[in-house]
Ligand binder design. Structure first.
Ligand SMILES: [Zn+2]
Length: 232
């Protein structure tokens, strides 16, 4: 990453021109990289869903884990997708999509919630690699959603910094707190809302999506079956 294009643009820029040169460089390279790779959002999504099918049927190929692959991606990475998923130990994107080293740029946090620091991490990948697909991946029985709804019902708070997760999720999953299917409805609403937040809060993502170079989707991982289902 030290030799990255973004860093070169940043360090080569001067004074007030730096921000402008990053923005222009990003837009220019976006079109070039998207055309160069030949990968479309649809192709990448089909690739991931095929990998998930292998995973759930016990036919995972465990691709891109050879020493040769490690050496190849050490020289430069070209991830196919940016994934925002929950930190839950059962929701590991590389495994459940049967991908390998250098395939996915994964951001994980409890409740798969977008905040400014996380969005910065995702924007870095968007500018640097222009992967055609961004996926927010929520999951069945998410503990972060359940804990948030528990706080809403009790009027209590969570200990320590966990309250920051609760605060972030409350506006989205709180309204379902007393629903008989509270957690599931909250999980689906949250994945969709976080996907919408990416383009709403980030001009970098908005420009790439509007230019047709990138697509943002939301999905749900089923803990029981291992299956990923698209939500939108
Ligand atoms: Zn979770």
């Amino acid at each position: 990453m030290l030799e990255s294009k973004l860093n070169r643009r940043f360090f080569l820029g001067a004074g007030g021109a730096v921000a402008g040169s990053i923005a222009l460089g990003g837009l220019g390279s976006s079109a070039a990289l998207a055309a160069e790779s030949g990968m479309t959002p649809e192709k990448v999504l089909a690739n991931l869903m095929a990998g998930n099918k292998r995973f759930i049927s016990g036919k995972a190929k465990h691709p891109h884990l050879s020493r040769e692959r490690i050496g190849d991606v050490a020289k430069g990475q070209h991830p196919l997708a940016i994934i925002l998923s929950c930190a839950d130990s059962r929701v590991a994107p590389e495994l459940l999509f049967d991908q390998g080293v250098g395939d996915l740029f994964v951001n994980r946090v409890a409740g798969n919630a977008v905040d400014p620091l996380l969005l910065g991490s995702m924007e870095y990948a968007a500018e640097e690699f222009v992967p055609p697909l961004v996926m927010v991946l929520g999951h069945e029985r998410c503990g972060a959603v359940a804990a948030t709804q528990g706080c809403v019902r009790s009027g209590g708070t969570a200990p320590g910094h966990i309250q920051l997760v609760v605060d972030a999720l409350t506006p989205i999953v709180g309204p379902y707190a007393n629903d008989p299917d509270a957690v599931e409805k909250g999980v689906q609403a949250n994945a969709k809302a976080q996907a919408a937040a990416i383009t709403a809060q980030s001009a970098i993502f908005r420009e790439k999506v509007e230019a047709g170079h990138m697509k943002v989707v939301s999905a749900r991982y089923d803990l029981d079956s291992g299956k990923v289902t698209l939500l939108g």
